[in-house]
Design a protein. Structure first.
Length: 113
């Protein structure tokens, strides 16, 4: 008999989402981001890459989030201006690389994964 894969609980996932509160936008999309440190539109932005668990209507795992303002989040999630996926992946990956050690310190982790 097959077992269902173990999924994270809401409490486990919410700690990653809570870590984004009060942070500036890490995506900083040129020409879109206002780079306002006190921007109240900053929310956790999930990766759109399948290697992080993204599939069709399913979001990536909560570990793969970065703080992003509304404008940058819309740019990552929607394709209104025809930006290639790889460009968006590169922006998100750079942001995650910067955010991971900050989040690890904020959450008191030895490593971010």
């Amino acid at each position: 008999m097959r077992r269902r894969p173990k999924t994270a609980t809401v409490a486990q996932g919410s700690k990653y989402l809570a870590a984004c509160r009060g942070e500036p936008c890490y995506l900083r999309v040129p020409g879109l981001c206002r780079q306002n440190p006190g921007d109240e539109t900053v929310v956790p932005c999930h990766s759109n890459q399948s290697r992080h668990g993204k599939a069709w209507a399913m979001k990536a795992k909560n570990e793969f989030t970065v703080p992003g303002c509304a404008a940058c989040h819309a740019w990552i999630d929607q394709n209104r201006i025809g930006t290639p996926k790889q460009v968006k992946f590169d922006v998100w990956d750079r942001a995650f690389e910067e955010w991971a050690p900050v989040r690890a310190r904020k959450m008191g982790e030895g490593n971010c994964q």
